[in-house]
Design a protein around this ligand. Structure first.
Ligand SMILES: Cc1cc2nc3c(=O)[nH]c(=O)nc-3n(C[C@H](O)[C@H](O)[C@H](O)COP(=O)(O)OP(=O)(O)OC[C@H]3O[C@@H](n4cnc5c(N)ncnc54)[C@H](O)[C@@H]3O)c2cc1C
Length: 545
């Protein structure tokens, strides 16, 4: 039986790479990466899973699945560690059951049952987490774990064309959001690289960032209101364009990673669909010079929607430029007026700072090559792992004054660790998002893996890289969330009183401590905690969506 669903990116088993394709792919690797690929790895059968330790109460029984591949899929996200463990048929933590609620009433009933039964609940959107966010590694305090898969809570429920916003259900995948808005002339315009396989609820729970580099980068920027079911009741904020009424209830749910409640739907702001588009690619002598130009663009209000700056190595690896120059890909769009004039101003500003605009044909080809490398990225990663390449990414954000030092320190520490642990390899950097006061560098690691030891290899490299990043003043994540993998750095990054406040919020919203234990904060469930009685739960109506 195929295990592709457990570890792969494609939508169906039919998209699993074939050994012949992997062999062909691996043949060209040495000339690109400087080390050879290995013979294609054959995915192993799924290990025998332990019997589920818990059973749903009879009224919920039809929502549960104990099918082994289903359970294994819900035990893993999509980080390198996840893909390797999936390929080996060896997920470490597998939920006892996968539960698929059909509406808010089901969600509330599952939380009630889990709170009283001492069962941990791990929300699951698209399962594209790269930080251990969906892995049910919850500690030993629970009688069992369930993965709460929200994919049945899907669709565009309502569009308000006057205010330009849509009510989107949490389990809606990216393409279905845009399909649901077709015909309205409006778009959410939120395109993370994982667009195909991630959901509205996941974006909110992880504070995801889309593909656009300047303006409205994070999902935070387009959230108008959020509705969530918590073990203590329904949390729904008002639809407002802005508000000065105290700390924002939406902000507390943004990035909450399922620890405070289950996001069921949200009103998100829309925009007119762009009809004018233009792209241009510039070459910079190196990343530092390109970054200065990018800073000037953002700080002077000249930055177009897309501004991706790739270092020379990433530029070569993606085929964007073959010269060894850094590449700055600019892409402008508008729903009202041609964008070429504004782009010309941006190009002139970059030229003043030492960048060279490519000839029009070369420039368009470079931008298209970069775009298709970006879209193919997740599939390419699969081929790399099957060819024995250790491949992982990590990202951060830092103010402009510390950017160059951070990039140098992180690159040096990661490169040194790769030399020690893998005997070599490559670290590349690109700037994915730019702000008036700083930018988000994104690193990719490619190195020869030792089959069977990849997880410890990556653990050592990751520790060196992220220690350097933390020491250089960056955040442990710009948009990948904290999950379980970033906890040790996140705990050092956040203020201690803030951690206390989060703990208090967790106690109030999730008294039995069942929601995604292990992310954001540790909270041992209090002994003998029962669920709030049904009368305490406010706001859950009888109507399911
Ligand atoms: C190849 C690849 C490319 C990626 N590109 C990007 C990118 O460009 N930008 C970016 O920001 N991220 C990116 N990611 C990371 C990932 O896609 C994001 O974190 C995404 O937001 C996760 O959404 P999801 O629906 O898959 O959530 P999941 O992975 O299912 O869950 C993520 C976390 O949110 C919680 N959660 C999920 N749904 C809910 C809900 N309804 N209520 C409460 N909690 C919930 C889960 O418990 C978990 O802690 C990428 C990942 C991969 C593998």
């Amino acid at each position: 039986m195929s295990t592709y669903r457990v570890w792969g990116w494609g939508a169906s088993d039919g998209e699993a790479p074939r050994a012949a394709d992997v062999r062909e792919f691996a043949r060209g690797l040495e000339s690109v990466l400087g080390f050879p690929g290995q013979p294609p790895e054959e995915p192993a059968p799924l290990r025998a899973l332990e019997e589920p330790r818990v059973a749903l109460q009879p009224s919920l029984a039809t929502l549960g699945s104990a099918e082994p591949v289903d359970r294994a899929r819900h035990g893993l996200g999509r980080s390198y560690r996840d893909v390797v463990r999936g390929l080996r048929g060896a997920p470490d933590h597998v939920p006892d059951l996968v539960v698929r609620p059909g509406g808010e009433g089901d969600v509330a009933a599952v939380l009630d049952w889990a709170s009283s039964a001492g069962v941990a609940v791990v929300p699951f959107g698209g399962g594209s987490s790269v930080v251990g966010g969906v892995e049910p590694m919850v500690g030993g305090y629970f009688r069992g774990t369930v993965s709460l898969d929200l994919q049945r809570l899907a669709g565009v429920a309502e569009v308000d064309p006057v205010s330009r916003a849509a009510l989107l259900r949490a389990g809606t995948f990216g393409p279905d959001v845009e399909r649901g808005l077709a015909g309205t002339g409006l778009t959410l315009r939120f395109f993370p690289q994982s667009f195909e396989r991630s959901t509205v609820g996941g974006w909110i729970a992880t504070r995801a960032a889309g593909h656009y580099a300047a303006r409205l980068q994070h999902i935070d920027d387009v959230v108008e209101s959020v509705r969530a079911v918590t073990p203590s009741g329904v949390w729904e904020s008002r639809r407002l364009p802005a508000s000065g009424a105290g700390p924002s209830p939406d902000r507390l749910l943004l990035g909450s990673e399922g620890a405070f409640g289950i996001v069921t739907e949200a009103w998100l702001r829309l925009q007119s669909r762009p009809v004018h588009r233009a792209r241009v690619t510039l070459a910079a002598p190196d990343l530092a010079v390109g970054a200065e130009a990018l800073r000037a663009l953002v700080q002077n209000g000249l930055a177009p929607a897309t501004c991706r700056l790739l270092d020379g190595c990433e530029s070569v690896l993606t085929g964007t430029l073959t010269t060894g120059d850094a590449a700055l890909v600019l892409g402008a769009e508008s729903s009202t007026a041609p964008v070429e004039p504004a782009l010309r101003v941006a190009v002139a500003a970059c030229a003043d700072l030492g960048l060279r605009a490519l000839l029009p044909e070369e420039s368009t080809a470079a931008a298209q090559t970069w775009r298709s490398a970006f879209l193919r990225g997740p599939y390419l990663r699969e081929l790399l792992v099957l060819s024995g390449v250790l491949v992982e990414t990590f990202e951060t954000a830092v103010t402009w004054d510390r950017l160059a030092a951070l990039v140098d320190a992180v690159t040096a520490a990661t490169q040194a660790a790769l030399g020690e642990v893998c005997g070599g390899g490559t670290v590349t950097c690109r700037i994915t998002h730019a702000y008036p006061d700083g930018a988000a560098p994104y690193f990719t690691v490619l190195a020869p893996a030792r089959r069977g030891s990849e997880l410890s290899q990556w653990a050592d490299v990751e520790a060196a890289a992220k220690e350097a990043l933390h020491a250089a003043g960056g955040t442990i994540t710009h948009h990948h969330a904290v999950g379980r993998d970033h906890r040790r750095w996140y705990d050092r990054q956040r203020p201690d009183p803030f951690a206390l406040a989060l703990g208090a919020a967790k106690s109030a919203l999730d008294p039995a401590g069942i929601l995604n234990p292990g992310v954001l904060i540790d909270r041992r469930p209090p002994p003998d905690t029962g669920p709030p009685d049904a009368g305490q739960r406010r706001g859950i109506g009888p109507v399911d969506h």
